[in-house]
Design a protein around this ligand. Structure first.
Ligand SMILES: [Zn+2]
Length: 143
């Protein structure tokens, strides 16, 4: 599966290719982190894959970018000095890091949990395992 490197009407592609303005906070070979222009709280940061620009979904991102993502998140956590924060992967290509200074600011999350039994979970797990095995030849190591 391969994605186009640059999509002109995608704001994240334009930012990653420096064709749209942004306020940078951190950058690596693979990642570009910048402040969200409509922040949920102070220090709300967006990270973009600059090595392989456009991807709509997490599974289209390069392994190199994904391996870079959490170390960059750690740097940003230190930089914002946020005591609490959320990390959000929207399935577009950007990952958000949002300080949670109090109940009113930051990311709001609904968690509508359902009651299920192990018997209901087993076939779901089996479908997921089969799909992973079908699609994982040559990628990440498995234990
Ligand atoms: Zn894009």
């Amino acid at each position: 599966m391969s994605s186009p490197v640059y999509v002109a009407n995608c704001i994240f592609c334009r930012i990653a290719h420096r064709k749209a303005p942004s306020t940078s906070v951190y950058e690596t070979k693979y990642s570009y982190a910048f402040l969200d222009i409509s922040p949920l709280s102070e220090g709300h940061t967006v990270r973009s894959d600059k090595s392989r620009a456009h991807a709509e979904f997490l599974h289209e991102l390069s392994d190199e970018y994904l391996a870079d993502l959490l170390p960059v998140a750690k740097k940003i956590a230190v930089g914002t000095k946020a005591e609490h924060y959320n990390i959000l992967q929207n399935n577009g290509k950007e990952a958000h890091q949002i300080p949670k200074p109090n109940q009113e600011e930051g990311l709001g999350i609904k968690w509508p949990a359902k009651e299920v039994s192990p018997d209901q979970l087993a076939p779901i797990a089996q479908r997921i395992i089969e799909e992973i095995e079908k699609n994982s030849e040559g990628s990440s190591e498995k234990i």
